[in-house]
Design a binder for this molecule. Structure first.
Ligand code: IPM
Ligand code: MG
Length: 381
């Protein structure tokens, strides 16, 4: 009997989701035996998979069925893979989309804080589209606000609006509203400052204060919190400039804190510094059960082929160990195992380049095997 049991609500979702989460579960078993903990995983439906299942059952069509939400609330942590795909790209108004399941679970669990660490692996410097010398010293923590702003505002489509069409005719008009309250900004910016204190003491607050009122409020709050934290250096960076700086001089950033939409866009951009979107894990924290997921999507183009990179999913487990279970030693061993495997030259196709020998290009399960092997070597006592 293990000394502790943790219940994890696992959400495979769509596309490559089931393939990569299978590797994370195998990893959890390994971690459990090495650290005397039992992880009990229970799969639930989310995204397109949930839409199909609820429709087939004649239940109300939903991307986040009530049973899934209840299981997530009751669990010690949630591990999610990915949602979405062309099959569910129904653009008719009112249609249920897989992404709604993801947004809803974040909201319903109160997960307002999203962490996306951008770590450069020495072995992958050549895999980045940037020249290696630009990656020297890059280590960024992106703190993204996750339950406010544009994605949670009012979305509306109006038809036959006079003058909205071409050449003065009537036509369609659409509105997405962006709102932020002070407390929503305060709690994420404060977290960013606390995180910066444990890192290199520098917060870059990203906004568009030269245009947006929400950004002006964001900046005011950031300045107030900065004045309470004189030991942390704070910069304001306009989001367009930030997008440019991330490829021009990424090493200047330590903690980057920003609102929901900007964080969504900038984190995809920053992931390419690491060589592949398949490397970026994320942790969503807040008032309810914490949720861990790769930053990437469901990659429908390669789904079912067994070639997806499981590393971001496995690194999501690493974050889970740190933030939900205070198992830092185990988390360090997972991170080190990934590093060892990359150092030994093993690659999934997204990480391979011209210099990678064919016999070093691995599928999803084989990459999982290598990481488990390295983890065992690291934790053997
Ligand atoms: C992400 C994703 C989601 C988001 C989508 C799938 C709704 O892009 O986690 O970054 O925009 O938050
Ligand atoms: Mg995104």
């Amino acid at each position: 009997m293990a000394s502790k049991t943790y219940h994890i609500c696992t959400l495979p979702g769509d596309g490559i989701g089931p393939e990569i989460i299978a590797e994370a579960k195998r990893m959890l078993d390994e971690i459990g035996s090495a650290f005397d903990v039992e992880f009990v995983c229970e799969d639930q439906l989310i995204g397109g998979a949930a839409i199909d299942a609820t429709r087939a059952a004649g239940a109300p069509v939903s991307a986040l069925p009530p049973k899934t939400l209840e299981a997530a609330k009751a669990a010690d942590a949630v591990l999610l893979a990915a949602v979405g795909g062309p099959k569910w790209n129904d653009t008719t108004p009112g249609a249920v989309r897989p992404e709604q399941g993801l947004l809803a679970i974040r909201k319903r669990l109160g997960l307002y804080l999203n962490l996306r660490p951008v770590h450069i692996y020495k072995a992958l410097r050549g895999a980045s589209t940037l020249r290696p010398e630009f990656l020297e010293g890059v280590d960024i923590l992106i703190v993204r606000e996750l339950t406010g702003g544009l994605y949670f505002g009012q979305h509306e489509r109006m038809h036959d609006v006079p003058g909205a069409g071409v050449d003065g005719a009537a036509g369609d008009k659409a509105v997405d509203s962006m709102e932020y309250s002070e407390y929503e900004i305060e709690r994420v910016v404060r977290w960013a400052f606390d995180a910066a204190r444990r890192r290199r003491g520098h917060v870059s607050s990203v906004d568009k204060a030269n245009v947006l009122e929400t950004s002006r409020l964001w900046r005011e709050v950031a300045h107030r919190i900065a004045s309470e934290n004189p030991d942390v250096r704070e910069d304001d960076v306009l989001v367009d400039n930030c997008a440019m700086q991330l490829v021009a001089n990424p090493a200047q950033f330590d903690v980057l804190v920003t609102e929901n939409t900007f964080g969504d866009i900038l984190s995809d951009e920053a992931s390419m510094l690491t060589g592949s979107l398949g490397m970026l894990a994320s942790a969503s924290l807040g008032s309810g059960t914490a949720l861990y997921e790769p930053s990437h999507g469901s990659a429908p183009d390669i789904a079912g082929k067994g070639i997806a990179n499981p590393i971001a999913q496995i690194l999501s487990v690493e974050l889970m160990l740190r933030y939900s279970f205070q198992m830092d030693e185990a988390a360090d061993a997972v991170a080190a195992a990934v590093e060892d495997v990359l150092d030994a030259g093993w690659r999934t196709p997204d990480l391979a380049d011209d210099a990678t020998p064919q016999d070093h290009v691995l599928g999803t399960t084989q990459m999982g095997d290598k990481i488990i092997e390295a983890f065992r070597a690291r934790t053997a006592r």
